[in-house]
Design a protein around this ligand. Structure first.
Ligand code: M3P
Ligand code: FE
Length: 311
């Protein structure tokens, strides 16, 4: 398969009200590996099966939420072209120098109409996974340390101008719309699941008055067993759970939504469906999101926290 252009979610930077408490959560409970700290005090982490240096960056702040989400693109020519295309679409872009983020090359950053900072980059040091690259085994102790997801998978972001976000992601950044939800009694798309790959989604948006909000950052697990194991680990550590374990009808992922110590929602999920750019988009009605099990197949209702609680 010719995977070109934007390849995958690369990193998210999350704000922690208490940095060390956040590190204990993401490292010891979620089970990410700490891979570095920089001179600003930011802490870098990666999931065990990721190859790149880091996917989650934590910083001390007085407000929770997400500073930015970065996507890895194929090469320098792609980065230069996408930078021009994003500018031609009408957004200002900023270049952040190589090394500003540890072990990461130059990044092109822009604020999208939903108020979120999105970055594109080419280089991040490949540190590999503990299984190695020659005759890799199938088990390493990192898989049993905490919840131990395979990778950072996607984020769901809340903000205004979701119609413009759809245009930018599909007509400029090369994503395709996989699934969407229409607002009540309309055919206006109020929620989008967008993929740059053939995953169920790489990023998602829900329309919301306040710009730049984070609904959740999601981490992939291998199986439903691992989701139930995650529930046990959350219970043992008294992690507050929002929804689950259950299944989303939208994307069909088996899921738990829970909150980190700063109140940022995170998801541990497995499976889910997949998508191709040429498939018809899956449409959900507002009733389908709630009573139809789009959000929660087992309980078939729209949980209040889903629309109301973001950081
Ligand atoms: C996900 C996912 C909803 C479905 C959400 C799906 C909110 O978060 O990871 O698949 O209906
Ligand atoms: Fe999700």
């Amino acid at each position: 398969m010719a995977l070109t252009g934007v390849l995958r979610p690369g990193h998210v930077q999350l704000r922690m009200l208490d940095l060390e408490e956040g590190v204990r959560h993401y490292r010891d409970v979620l089970g990410l590996q700490e891979t570095g700290r920089d001179d600003q005090g930011r802490v870098y982490l990666k999931a065990w099966d990721e190859r790149d240096h880091s996917s989650v960056i934590l910083r001390q702040a007085d407000r929770a939420g997400m500073d930015f989400m970065g996507f890895k693109v194929l090469d320098e020519a792609t980065l230069d072209q996408l930078e021009k295309d994003v500018q031609a679409w009408g957004l200002q872009t900023e270049r952040l120098p190589a090394g500003e983020l540890m072990e990461t090359g130059e990044r092109v950053r822009f604020i999208i109409p939903s108020g979120h900072a999105i970055e594109l980059f080419v280089h991040k040091t490949m540190v590999g996974n503990p299984l190695g690259e020659v005759d890799p085994g199938s088990w390493c102790k990192e898989q049993d340390t905490g919840i131990a997801p395979l990778r950072l998978d996607h984020a769901l972001l809340y903000g205004p101008n979701v119609d413009q976000v759809l245009d930018l992601f599909t007509n400029v950044l090369g994503f395709h719309l996989a699934e969407y939800v229409n607002l009540p009694d309309t055919d206006i798309k109020g929620a989008l699941w967008l993929a740059c790959s053939n995953k169920a989604h790489d990023i998602a948006f829900v329309v919301h008055e306040e710009p730049g909000a984070l609904h959740h950052v999601s981490f992939l697990l291998e199986s439903w067993d691992r989701v139930l194991r995650a529930a046990d680990i959350m219970a043992a550590h008294k992690v507050p759970v929002d929804i689950g374990p259950t299944r989303h009808g939208i994307t069909r992922g088996g899921t738990i939504y829970a909150w980190d110590p700063s109140g940022n929602r995170f998801e541990t999920f497995q499976g889910g469906n997949y998508s191709y750019p040429d498939w018809n988009r899956i449409e959900w009605s507002w009733d389908g999101l709630g009573a139809g099990g789009g959000l929660d197949v087992a309980h078939r209702k729209l949980h209040e926290t889903f629309l109301g609680v973001v950081t």
